[in-house]
Design a protein around this ligand. Structure first.
Ligand code: PRP
Length: 217
């Protein structure tokens, strides 16, 4: 038997790092804890609270919606940027309000004109689907999208692209690299997502949890 499919356990897929820590802080407020997961030195990826019949696993953000869509996790906590980019089938049930930032079109001030005149520009992004949706569907602008995997601010600086579509939190990365926000795509924050079948099968347990979390926020 696949132990991850043991339905007596409610399984959470959390985004490794700061988001998982903040999520644990919140879960503790509703009585769900996992001390073993707090150990900074552990390399373990799966944690179980036998008493509460709850299991957690830690994954990279973009994989969280995948685990939730396939039902290997009932519940996921991940940024809205990742949910939008991955486009997986799952229910988004709660905005946790932390991890707040914005998805923006950024670049040098000189790119503002090009954007305004709907020129055929090059857009570098770690989020090609979000960038495509924004330019093609919301703005009706044809652009050339170039996928990067990080340090996206380099794109316009080294001449790979005219602008970037990226996350802006404090704005200091942009500032230190001579770039500015040109347009806002959407606000972002951490969200709770739920597997569509789990929502029906574990309805009461999940509903109680979501209500508890909402009250604890
Ligand atoms: C993110 C994002 C920006 C930066 C924004 O990158 O892609 O580069 O943070 O934050 P700020 O507005 O507070 O400066 P991250 O640190 O996740 O690394 P990456 O560039 O490798 O994606």
């Amino acid at each position: 038997m696949n132990m991850l499919n043991d339905d007596r356990y409610l399984t959470f897929a959390l985004t490794k790092g700061r988001l998982a820590e903040k999520t644990l802080d919140l879960l503790e407020k509703v009585g769900i804890s996992c001390d073993e997961m707090r150990d900074k030195n552990t390399r373990k990826l799966i944690f179980t609270n036998e008493e509460l019949k709850v299991r957690f696993f830690l994954s990279k953000g973009p994989d969280v919606p995948t685990y939730v869509e396939y039902g290997t996790a009932d519940i996921g906590v991940v940024g809205r940027d990742t949910i939008m980019e991955e486009g997986r089938r799952c229910f988004e049930v709660l905005d946790l309000g932390f991890g707040k930032c914005r998805m923006c079109v950024c670049g040098p001030e000189s790119a503002r004109e090009k954007l305004a005149h709907h020129e055929m520009i090059k857009v570098a992004s770690k989020y090609p689907n979000i960038a495509r949706d924004y330019f093609y569907n919301r703005k009706g602008q044809t652009v050339d999208i170039i996928k990067l995997n990080g340090s996206v601010e380099l794109g316009p600086i080294v001449g790979l692209s005219d602008v970037i579509v990226d996350i802006v939190e404090t704005g200091s990365t942009l500032k230190e690299n001579g770039l500015v926000v040109l347009e806002e795509v959407c606000p972002l924050s951490a969200r709770v997502i739920v597997n569509q079948v789990s929502m029906r099968m574990e309805n009461e347990r999940i509903r109680k949890l979501i209500t508890g979390l909402r009250e604890a926020l």
